[in-house]
Design a protein around this ligand. Structure first.
Ligand code: MF3
Ligand code: CO
Length: 250
């Protein structure tokens, strides 16, 4: 069942999303060649706690950190550690907060130093895929319209969506109904109504490879490597159209 949020619930979701947006902004400003992912994680956690929140990912199904830091081929759920990013890398930063009984969750991919044109284009297409998905969040549309918009856009650009992970509803839980795949058929799935709040999260790969999880039990990578990018935004459906509560990219 997809929950509809009341005006006052939406107000808290909006506030949390705003706060999380400024937190990730601050974290992103620290990204430069040589910075370790654990230092970004520690900073993120400090900012979340300072905002009277709890890191939503920490201890979620045993996940050890406040941030997910996924470098280059890593798709999602990379665990922060002593590894430093280098010029030419791309880094996906995924962050979540629980505050006043509600969650916020979003992600962005940033480039480190100088990247090649092809890498930049993977990042740009993933960002734009989030935009075209968000555009479908309108009462009367269906979940498949979001999925199809993302999947067909990415395919047109010559890249591949990750099929093993999905977007989701969000509210008093980090993951609520519905699941939102990044591919699918238009005019299928549940009907979107005002008051629904979704996390839409395109994950896009350079190559057509399936996804495997590394021995750490979390880090998802394409089976034989190849870069991938990830953006996530939190969006409310309203009678006026999509209201972006927070998103990675623009
Ligand atoms: N944005 C991710 C998601 O929606 C973050 C979850 S990381 C986890 O699943 F560690 F908490 F699982
Ligand atoms: Co999410």
């Amino acid at each position: 069942m997809i929950e509809l949020k009341s005006g006052s619930e939406l107000e808290i979701l909006r506030e949390n999303a705003n706060i999380l947006g400024s937190i990730l902004d601050k974290v992103v400003r620290r990204v430069e060649p040589g910075v370790t992912t654990i230092s970004l994680d520690e900073y993120a956690e400090e900012l979340i706690v300072k905002a009277d929140g709890k890191p939503a990912f920490k201890n979620y199904r045993g996940y050890p950190s406040s941030l997910c830091t996924s470098i280059n081929e890593e798709i999602v759920h990379g665990i922060p550690g002593e590894r430093a990013v280098d010029s030419g890398d791309i880094l996906s930063l995924d962050i979540g907060i629980e505050r006043k009984g509600f969650f916020a969750d979003f992600a962005t991919t940033v480039t480190v130093g100088e990247v090649t044109g092809q890498v930049q284009s993977l990042v740009d297409v993933t960002n734009e895929a989030l935009t075209v998905g968000i555009e479908q969040v309108r009462p009367g549309n269906r979940i498949g319209d979001i999925s199809h918009a993302i999947g067909s856009f990415v395919e047109e650009k010559g890249f591949y969506v990750v099929k093993e992970f999905v977007g989701h509803g969000i509210g008093r839980n980090m993951h609520e109904d519905p699941q939102i795949p990044n591919y699918g058929e238009p005019d299928t799935g549940k009907r979107i109504k005002g008051g629904m709040v979704f996390c839409i999260e395109p994950m896009v790969k350079m190559d057509d490879k399936s996804t495997v999880v590394l021995d750490d039990g979390w880090t998802a990578v394409p089976a034989d490597g190849g870069l991938s990018a990830h953006f996530e935004g939190m969006v409310a459906a309203t009678s006026e159209g999509p209201e972006v509560l927070v998103r990675g990219g623009s």
